[in-house]
Design a protein around this ligand. Structure first.
Ligand SMILES: [Zn+2]
Length: 472
């Protein structure tokens, strides 16, 4: 498989260090609020990567952290404490907030068919590990104490800016932007490993350390949690492109300074989800969550499908109209599968199976080209293969794609069978009248008709898949 490696700025063959095994690390969420669907785009694409590596027979161990320590709203070492902000907003303790939003994150992941990583580790359970690594960095001369905090000394590195070829001065401006300078830092790019003096006097979570009572910086989390579970060598590290600098840059700096050799071979970064007005964020525009999609009647798996239609290294524009287009194309695919799930007859034709499977694996082998993998789904449906062959292929594809086409088709086939046949004509007429009323936006009449239908023993619901009728 070929993957683009942000470290080398080119596509490379993906070769795990230990044959047949992959160690994979993902930066997890900061659990002070719901994840927006832009964050979740990264987790969907990383899930596809993990599942595809497994699909090709590799034994993947994937680790993810949960940032439940006060993490700053800015990626520099400044801004507000996100966790504390969440706690104040909701009048809960920081740990209550962390628990609530960790559960919410995994509930969203489940709806999006995102597999939970093999190891999920909250930062608050690894404080001793952070302290040990920071002590090691001080011993090796890579960290210093200033003004009560411990800083990483970036001037000790041969190369600090690993992901880009920008000039140091240009990036330093980015780091400084809108932020007061921390006069304790020896170099502009230095970052905090441990805080004892911060501007948050009321920081809720604090721990004792050799440098006084305080709390860890954000970046040290991922280095330590990765090394704790995956050892000194990491095959692939994933995250949203926002994390490349400074977060991943700092992870590499401190990990390699600590272990004394190269740490991670491949870096996989997913580009932004944008809205028409720019990058999606929690603070600007509509706060787009999985729950909001559901409230508006969208199946979360259609959002997953929408993400797969674009390459992970291109930014993707989210609009309701774009999502509606994905709904239409998803529903068409499901409809095409209905005759297949009704007639599963035939023996699998292995020549056709292999040929069509190759279309799918070729797409994903080429830097995880998911939109071509969806084209491979269409190729299967268009092919002359029998139903058994097509279903066998689509079931295999869905182990990676996770968009649930077969189960959606089975549901649709079932509801079509149990549906219209035994509904009385009177009810069917009322349903038609109600559809017309809704079309004319005469919602009062539509509601009146719904009540009449209910009086006859039927419940009518509008979903994205169309009108659903059930016996009460
Ligand atoms: Zn991280």
């Amino acid at each position: 498989m070929q993957l683009y490696n942000s470290l080398s700025h080119k596509k490379e063959d993906f070769i795990p260090r230990e044959s047949g095994k992959v160690s994979m690390y993902t930066c997890g969420p900061t659990v002070y609020h719901y994840a927006h669907i832009g964050n979740l785009r990264s987790y969907i694409m990383e899930d596809i990567l993990e599942k595809y590596l497994r699909f090709t027979g590799l034994d993947v161990t994937r680790v993810m952290n949960i940032t439940d320590v006060g993490h700053l709203t800015s990626d520099g070492d400044t801004g507000d404490d996100k966790m504390l902000k969440g706690a104040k907003r909701e009048k809960k303790t920081v740990m209550e907030i962390a628990k609530f939003y960790t559960d919410a994150f995994f509930a969203d992941c489940k709806k999006l068919n995102i597999k939970t990583p093999d190891v999920v580790e909250p930062a608050t359970s690894c404080i001793d590990d952070f302290i040990r690594v920071i002590e090691g960095l001080i011993e090796k001369g890579f960290a210093y104490e200033a003004g009560g905090n411990i800083y990483f000394d970036t001037s000790r590195l041969e190369k600090y800016y690993v992901f880009n070829d920008f000039k140091e001065e240009d990036l330093a401006v980015g780091v400084r932007e809108g932020v007061e300078e921390d006069s304790n830092k020896r170099n502009k790019a230095d970052f905090v490993l441990w805080f004892t003096k911060s501007k948050f006097d009321d920081q809720e979570l604090k721990w004792d350390s050799p440098w006084g009572i305080g709390y860890p910086g954000w970046h040290i989390e991922c280095s330590c949690i990765s090394m704790k579970h995956l050892g000194e060598y990491l095959d692939i590290h994933c995250g949203g492109i926002d994390n490349a600098f400074p977060h991943h840059t700092n992870e590499i700096a401190q990990s390699e300074a600590y272990i004394g050799h190269k740490w991670c071979n491949y870096w996989f970064h997913v580009l932004h989800l944008n809205t028409n007005s720019g990058k999606m964020s929690k603070s600007t525009g509509e706060f787009l969550t999985v729950s909001l999609l559901e409230e508006k009647g969208y199946n979360p798996l259609v959002y997953r499908y929408f993400c797969l239609l674009s390459h992970y290294r291109k930014s993707l524009v989210f609009t309701w109209e774009n999502l509606d287009n994905a709904v239409t194309s998803y529903n068409k695919l499901v409809e095409k599968l209905v005759p297949l799930v009704k007639d599963k007859s035939g023996e699998t034709d292995s020549a056709e199976y292999d040929r069509l499977m190759k279309g799918f694996t070729d797409a994903l082998d080429n830097d995880l080209n998911t939109s071509l993998a969806i084209t491979a789904v269409y190729d299967v449906l268009k092919s002359k293969a029998n139903a058994a062959t097509k279903l066998a292929l689509l079931a295999e594809f869905d182990k990676v794609l996770g968009i649930g086409l077969i189960s959606a088709a089975e549901k649709l086939a079932e509801s079509a069978e149990s549906g219209a046949a035994d509904i009385p004509q009177e009810v069917l007429d009322l349903i038609e009248q109600r559809k017309a009323a809704r079309k004319e936006k005469n919602f009062a009449l539509a509601d009146e008709l719904r009540d009449k239908i209910a009086a006859l023993g039927y419940e009518v619901k509008e979903t994205r898949q169309g009108t659903e009728i059930n016996k009460i």
